[in-house]
Design a protein around this ligand. Structure first.
Ligand SMILES: Cc1ncc(COP(=O)(O)O)c(C=O)c1O
Length: 414
């Protein structure tokens, strides 16, 4: 593919150069249309049985994006009180929030309990803590399914070597704790990891969780987790989309078999984050320097690892498009160059030894698929204020959805 931006008309006729000038760079540019489409897709994963998709807000907590999830009929997962507060601000009622924290304090747990927010406990110790705080209450438990998958080891959350969930062999202790504190287990959940491109590991984990579910009586819901990947290598390798239709087809008989054995269909849930938002956001940065260092070409831009940490944290790949005077530079002629940021770290690299069109000082670079774990993982490292976010609306207008942080914002805490 020569250009994803052009293929999907990402800016809807707006000049990216004008957006960059008006809002400054770096700037996260979101597409209402693409985000809504992906949110709609995940809401249709299960049709035959009661189902809700919970958008996993850690991927992107911008309140305007949460409002899109609300309008698309999604529920949400929150990992922290901060995320619950974002959801409150977006207008989510408490019965559409599922709190799935790990290792939280009494105060955080109490915040959810007081609001009647369904909470999943991810260890026996946290289940006891919940029992102390809410004797006679209802909750869920997160099971570690013993299998995991993901785009890199750091995002695999299921399996023997991760900190998450309660192992299957500890299930009898769940029942003992429930007896001691008169707790009801309303649901079980799992999450095997993030960013897999074939349905096989997820389907295997669904099958496994449903086998485990048979040990629990009268479950109100079973949550299979998120993790559906998106094609980060779309530009250079024409990577295909996650095979959603094939996945749905293969999921249904597994659910049929379970419903038959369990005697009823509880509410099924999933927890996709990345799939909802990643492809609907492009990160624009300005190139401020080009240089050769010991025979290697570098282009230095204002997207530091504080703005997009995924490449340095996970070795993640983001396709890059080069824009000059608002137009995508053709990929007909390419050269090898490393695109880096403006942070004082040798690991501050966005794209290493990448084949890109010739980059000139003053160009814009567009990092694709930046909507998940982009802004939400930003920091102010090197005392750089965090960037603005804008949204290209369905009608083509451009709306500021989070202003750029200022130096005054950085000083305010002192
Ligand atoms: C418990 C849980 N659920 C859902 C998600 C969302 O994963 P993804 O964004 O890959 O869909 C995560 C991501 O880390 C998670 O930890």
């Amino acid at each position: 593919m020569n250009s994803y931006i052009e293929k999907v008309d990402f800016f809807k006729g707006n000049d990216p150069e004008a957006i960059a000038k008006e809002y400054g760079t770096p700037v996260y540019v979101c597409s209402e249309e693409i985000i809504r489409k992906h949110m709609h897709d995940v809401s249709q994963v299960i049709i035959k049985y009661p189902y809700t998709a919970n958008y996993s807000v850690k991927a992107n907590t911008n309140i305007h994006i949460l409002k899109l999830a609300l309008e698309e009929g999604l529920n949400c997962d929150a990992m922290s009180v901060g995320e619950i507060k974002m959801l409150e601000a977006a207008g989510f009622p408490y019965d559409r929030i599922f709190f799935i924290p790990n290792n939280v304090s009494d105060e955080e747990m109490q915040y959810a309990i007081e609001r009647g927010i369904m909470t999943s406990l991810d260890s026996l110790s946290q289940l006891k803590q919940f029992g102390e705080l809410n004797r006679g209450g209802k909750c869920a438990v997160r099971i570690n399914p013993g299998v995991g998958a993901g785009h890199c080891e750091k995002v695999v959350t299921g399996g023997k070597k991760t900190k998450f969930g309660i192992a299957e062999e500890d299930i009898p202790e769940i029942f003992e704790i429930c007896k001691e504190y008169d707790l009801t287990i309303a649901g079980i959940n799992q999450h095997i990891g993030s960013g897999f491109m074939t349905p096989d590991p997820y389907l295997q984990a669904v099958d496994n969780l449903l086998r485990i579910a048979l040990q629990f009586k009268d479950l109100e819901f079973i949550d299979f987790g998120g993790g559906y990947g998106i094609p980060y290598h779309k530009l250079e390798d024409d990577e295909a989309d996650y095979p959603m239709e094939d996945f749905k087809k293969r999921l249904e008989p597994i659910l049929d078999y379970f419903v038959d054995s369990y005697g009823k269909a509880p509410l099924f849930k999933s927890e996709p984050g990345r799939y909802c938002v990643a492809e609907g956001v492009v990160l624009l940065g300005r190139v401020h320097a080009v240089k050769q260092n010991a025979g290697h070409a570098y282009a230095g831009c204002d997207i530091g690892m504080n703005v997009l940490v995924r490449p340095s944290m996970y070795d993640s790949w983001h396709d890059v498009e080069v824009l000059r005077a608002g137009k995508v530079v053709s990929r007909d002629s390419l050269e090898t160059i490393t695109l880096c940021g403006n942070i004082c770290e040798s690991g501050d690299l966005l794209a290493k030894d990448r084949k890109l069109p010739k980059i000139e000082k003053g160009d814009l670079v567009a990092l694709l698929d930046a909507g998940a774990y982009g802004w939400s993982m930003c920091s102010t490292y090197n005392s750089r204020p965090r960037p603005a976010e804008v949204m290209v609306m369905k009608d083509g207008s451009v709306k500021l959805i989070r202003r750029r942080e200022t130096y005054e914002d950085l000083m305010r805490l002192f």
